[in-house]
Design a protein around this ligand. Structure first.
Ligand SMILES: Cc1ncc(COP(=O)(O)O)c(C=O)c1O
Length: 436
């Protein structure tokens, strides 16, 4: 099928996520390899976002494809209750090895939202408390509980759910900037006290926030959150759906600050999206809670053998190719390329990156730091920039006044420079809007 037919039928018969359906204009993709993908007509794109910040090992790795194929030939599916498989057993044990602290038991889901749903359920079951603390600049998934925890505008028009309390982040947007850790923690503790600590089951947060702008917390913030959670008997849930599996140059973002959450949620990089799979990981004492009590969750596709095989093979690729260390190293180059763009383009208001998790925020004016597009909005300049990237064969997420630099971890220096070169030329468009 040609690209135009793929797009036409997709638009007619399938629904695109979060979008006004009349405005969607998807890129038809026929094949992908490494950090590139191609349309049916052969137009090549460089993938500067690992699709949904998830294809961490790169596209089309034959080792993962072989593991999936082999598993399909052995056993395609068993019920997750009352049956188990070698790949499920091995995956649990392998994850226990790489996880922070004593997180060593996993409930497998189909993706990130379900992982968060189950983490919330576990926290409520273990603590007997009902309230959930979450941050405004966050995304935790689109299912009922996960979207109630979500603080960004994707949660605005969802059916409200009682018990979810949102707190401010240390970051307040490009114009206002950052609070230091102590200020942010004082505010957090005040909210905990005003809500009644005995009523709060957990605080769910992305250790490095993803779609809301690669927000890297000030040093001491995550340690302080850990201490407050301990002080008030609140469970800390680290949503590492996007930040996990090498994206930040460590296995998990919390590893940068030596923090062990009570529960961790993962998906995306777990299989590099070759097959859908997520999980919630529990510290030993939380897993033990369910030794003599029923676990309050279940899914037909929990521990799906083909997904477990994909995950095991993906984890082996991270290790064989040294991708976690490589992300850290290439991340240093990314940071210097960001700094170079900021030095030469007046529309660059802020750059942030940790490993290969990066964002560039654009402004109209470097004195006022007015963003080039408003919160939850766009502008002609950002629309033009997105169109330029697409026309030049660079794929990345462009959102509000910022865009991402999140390539697969296997990217070479030359490929990184190839993408940054397109960005460099694109920023000439946004520079024209700068007034000071
Ligand atoms: C931090 C975070 N949590 C949860 C999710 C939801 O994961 P899924 O789309 O697999 O349900 C996402 C998805 O982008 C995410 O970035």
């Amino acid at each position: 099928m040609g690209g135009a037919d793929i797009v036409r039928l997709s638009k007619q018969h399938t629904i695109s996520e979060w979008a006004v359906q009349g405005t969607v204009d998807p890129v038809p993709v026929a094949r992908a390899k490494g950090v590139h993908f191609w349309t049916p007509e052969g137009t090549r794109f460089i993938d500067f976002n690992s699709q949904l910040m998830s294809v961490n090992i790169g596209h089309g790795d034959p080792r993962v494809i072989a593991a999936i194929t082999e598993q399909l030939q052995k056993v395609t599916y068993v019920t997750p209750s009352g049956m188990t498989t070698e790949v499920r057993a091995r995956l649990g044990a392998k994850l226990a090895e790489i996880m922070p602290g004593d997180i060593d038991a996993f409930f497998f889901t189909n993706g990130g939202a379900e992982a968060n749903e189950n983490a919330i359920k576990i926290a409520r079951a273990v603590t007997g408390r009902q309230k959930i603390l979450a941050r405004y600049r966050s995304y935790h998934g689109a299912t009922a509980g996960a979207v109630a925890a979500t603080g960004d505008p994707r949660g605005w028009n969802q059916p409200p759910m009682p018990g979810f309390v949102h707190v401010l982040d240390p970051y307040h947007g490009v114009a206002r900037g950052w609070d230091d850790a102590a200020t942010s923690l004082r505010y957090l503790e005040e909210v905990i006290q005003l809500e009644g600590p005995h009523s709060i089951a957990d605080f769910i947060l992305e250790p490095v926030t993803g779609t809301n702008g690669v927000l890297i917390p000030p040093d001491g913030y995550l340690q302080g959150v850990r201490a407050l959670c301990d002080k008030y008997g609140i469970l800390m849930i680290a949503d590492e759906v996007m930040s996990g599996f090498g994206r930040t140059g460590a296995w998990f973002a919390v590893d940068h600050w030596g923090v062990v959450p009570d529960l961790i949620t993962i998906a995306k990089g777990l299989t590099s999206s070759y097959i859908p799979l997520g999980a919630v990981g529990l510290r030993r004492h939380l897993a033990d809670h369910f030794k003599d009590k029923a676990f309050p969750g279940g899914l037909t596709y929990s521990s799906h053998p083909v997904a477990c095989a994909a995950a095991l093979a993906t984890l082996a690729v991270y290790e064989e190719d040294g991708l976690i260390a490589k992300a850290k190293q290439t991340g240093e180059l990314l940071r210097s390329l960001h700094a170079d763009l900021a030095a030469r383009h007046p529309s660059v208001g802020a750059t942030r990156s940790i490993g290969l998790f990066g964002v560039i925020e654009l402004v109209r004016n470097r004195q006022t730091m007015e963003p080039i597009a408003p919160f939850n909005g766009t502008s002609p300049e950002m629309t033009a920039l997105a169109a330029f990237f697409r026309a030049q064969g660079l794929f990345t997420f462009v959102r509000w006044n910022y865009f991402f630099t999140n390539p697969p971890l296997c990217i070479t220096e030359a490929e990184l420079r190839e993408g940054i070169d397109i960005i460099d030329r694109g920023l000439e468009l946004t520079d024209r809007a700068v007034s000071a």
